[in-house]
Design a protein around this ligand. Structure first.
Ligand SMILES: [Zn+2]
Length: 323
């Protein structure tokens, strides 16, 4: 089919990378692109990188961004959908305040822009187009820089009063590890890639524990420990990396069991940079870590890896500008 009015763009704004996609009216990708998220500067620099990445994806589809029916954005932080603003996105540089990301991008791209919560749009994408289509209720767990969660209950997204699904900040250890949110003992304090990197750095630099994690990071010219670096380190038997990944798997399994004990969901979908990178074998390990804590353990729900993979967040964002 040609580039009709239903050709839309989607941008998944992450702490490590910006993933963009152009989809047709059946939500099939026509082009995609990816750029690293700026690690310094401020929201305007991030917005500029997002616009560039969106132009790259459009070019891949043989289009200018102005020809798109709209662009959806999945963003971290506090999203005001009506105003198109994003507030306090802590994994992005200099983004403590409120920034008019929607209007800024609309101007740069020459089309309308809608902003949604990154995890909500990725969960919606899996529910409508991915691995979740056969279920009425599910928990999406997005294991990346942070640990996000999205809920579908009774066939509909459940956002509570606007901030439901903060799976990463369910407490699994009272007085436990420090979480990037400022609290203690949250799942993200053990499984979020940012918290894992801080822990690895502390163990290596303060306590002298041996690890190749940071050598690999420099060798591959990465600004931080990406999912790919963690995977490499684990594959080559790096003891500290293996220990921290095991700890993350335990935290995720424990938290998922608690969520299921409360909500008795039909399925759990694991996505995010780490979730997609580590894939099925680790989904199985998370399931094993879950089982001892599951109250109704005679019919545990499946734990499945996000089918849309790395593009899921961007495709979900494009769903924001349907019709
Ligand atoms: Zn927390």
């Amino acid at each position: 089919m040609g580039a009709g009015g239903a050709t839309r763009g989607g941008i998944d704004l992450g702490g490590t990378k910006i993933q963009t996609v152009v989809v047709d009216d059946a939500n099939d990708p026509l082009g995609d692109a990816r750029r690293p998220t700026p690690q310094s500067g401020g929201p305007a620099d991030v917005a500029a990188a997002m616009a560039e990445a969106m132009r790259d994806a459009a070019a891949g589809a043989g289009l200018e961004t102005g020809a798109l029916a709209g662009v959806g954005v999945g963003s971290p932080g506090g999203v005001d959908e009506r105003a198109g603003t994003v507030r306090g996105a802590k994994n992005l540089p200099g983004w403590e305040g409120t920034y008019a990301l929607g209007p800024e991008l609309a101007e740069a791209l020459g089309t309308r822009v809608r902003i949604g919560n990154d995890v909500d749009v990725a969960t919606d994408a899996e529910f409508r187009l991915g691995v979740g289509t056969e279920y009425d209720s599910l928990l999406g767990v997005f294991w990346g820089t942070g640990v996000g969660g999205g809920l579908v209950l009774g066939g509909k997204p459940w956002v509570g009063q606007g901030s439901a699904g903060e799976f990463g900040h369910m407490v699994i250890e009272r007085g436990g590890a420090h979480c990037p949110c400022g609290r203690r003992g949250c799942i993200e304090a053990y499984a979020g890639r940012a918290a894992m990197e801080a822990k690895a750095r502390h163990e290596h630099e303060e306590k002298g524990r041996d690890t190749d994690l940071f050598k690999l990071m420099r060798k591959h010219d990465r600004p931080k420990l990406t999912s790919g670096i963690w995977e490499r380190a684990v594959k080559q038997g790096d003891k500290l990396a293996i220990h921290l990944i095991d700890r993350a798997v335990d935290a995720l399994g424990t938290g998922i069991a608690s969520a299921l004990n409360l909500l008795d969901l039909e399925a759990v979908v694991i996505g995010g940079g780490m979730g997609v990178r580590f894939g099925e074998p680790y989904a199985d390990r998370i399931r094993e870590a879950m089982m001892p804590h599951l109250f109704s353990d005679q019919r545990p729900p499946p734990i499945r890896v996000a089918a849309l993979g790395d593009l899921g967040g961007a495709i979900g964002a494009a769903l924001l500008v349907e019709g």
